[in-house]
Design a protein around this ligand. Structure first.
Ligand code: NDP
Length: 320
């Protein structure tokens, strides 16, 4: 192995956690290399206004914010590669070298920060794409504010859907929940909250099958009762799809500990995974908060954890 080519820190993913990790790693002189993946900038590049990231009093668009974060990382010693990591071979040994591949190219690293994020699941309707940014969203905390005083729909029946519906009920005049079966998947406590909220209406056995509107702005949801097969329209401005997220961990499968939903498991209060020198930050290890600011916070933690890990290896070498 050519030791000259071994990187101190390789970061996989380029959302708020990846670039924040890069800023901190670069300032700690780890000369990080960031592999952006297929969607440079991550999930935020698909949103419009970001009004809840501290430090932007007038808001900022998702793509602008991600460009700022990248520029900040590059101002220090970060190298950005617009490539996808397609294969990994993580070492299980403390001090071991991790191998990654971008296509045919092999990359060696003492530490790896995984910040590949998660992808919101959609129903797969053509109309979801047509009205993306014009009323269709997968994040109530991000976009709920735009529907203040208006009527919205939440699709889904898990904890996320219940939480989004409750959150939106405080902002919107009415929330209609579309539940495809005759029961929720969400926990009892969350369901009780939903059922006790006067401006949430739950429609069991209902599914979204289309969206109508003008100038790419949502005006009506087309729904079907999957028992009677009767279709109808509901006038709404916002449609929140809350049917779960898929953590982007396919490439690491079988090599790192994940939970039953595929999220990487980290030690409580740190970004350490079960593998020495491999850290995880952002949505790929967080199915609860999923915010740009929490992702950025854990990206900072991951860089600090990586730097401390490298320092502790050096100290061990000096003592030996
Ligand atoms: P879940 O997988 O738990 O739920 C997804 C929901 O979406 C299900 O009700 C499912 O219906 C429905 N759904 C899936 N596909 C479709 C479709 N095509 N059309 C209509 N409905 C559909 O995902 P969540 O994101 O809700 O939760 C993921 C994990 O995170 C869970 O473990 C949850 O407990 C946890 N979580 C915890 C929170 C908390 O504790 N505060 C908050 C949010 C999440 P069906 O039931 O029929 O399969």
């Amino acid at each position: 192995m050519n030791t000259e080519n071994i990187n101190d820190c390789v970061i996989i993913g380029s959302g708020p956690s990846g670039f924040t990790a890069a800023i901190y790693a670069a300032r700690a002189d780890l000369k990080p290399k960031v592999f952006t993946g297929l969607q440079p900038g991550g999930q935020l590049t698909t949103t419009t206004e970001v009004d809840n990231f501290p430090g932007y009093p007038n808001g900022v668009t998702g793509p602008e914010m991600m460009m700022d974060l990248q520029k900040q990382a590059e101002r220090f010693d970060t190298e950005v590669f617009y490539e996808m990591i397609t294969k990994v071979e993580f070492s299980k040994e403390r001090g071991g070298i991790h191998k990654l591949w971008a296509g045919d190219r092999e990359i060696l690293a003492k530490t790896v920060i995984i910040s590949t994020g998660a992808t919101a699941k959609y129903l797969g309707l053509e109309d979801e794409k047509k009205y993306a940014g014009g009323g269709v969203s997968a994040c109530a905390t991000c976009d709920g504010f735009f529907y203040k005083g208006k009527e919205v729909i939440v699709v889904g029946a898990g904890d996320t859907a219940a939480e989004e519906a409750t959150y939106l009920s405080n902002l919107c005049s009415k929330v209609t929940m579309l539940v495809r079966r005759d029961e929720f998947r969400a926990s009892k406590a969350m369901v009780n909250r939903v059922l006790k909220t006067p401006n949430i209406e739950v429609k069991f056995h209902h599914e979204l099958i289309g969206i109508e509107g003008e100038n790419s702005l949502v005006e009506k949801a087309v729904v079907i009762n999957n028992q009677t097969k009767e279709t109808s329209t509901i006038p709404v401005h916002g449609i929140f799809i809350a049917i779960g997220h898929q953590p982007n961990t396919e490439v690491f499968k079988g090599q790192i500990t994940t939970d039953e939903n595929g999220y990487i498991v980290t030690e409580k209060g740190s970004t350490r995974t079960n593998l020495p020198g491999v850290f995880a930050a952002g949505d790929v290890q967080d199915h609860i908060y999923r915010q740009a600011i929490t992702a950025a916070g854990s990206g900072c933690m991951a860089a600090m954890d990586a730097e401390r890990y490298l320092e502790s290896l050096k100290a061990e070498e000096m003592e030996a």
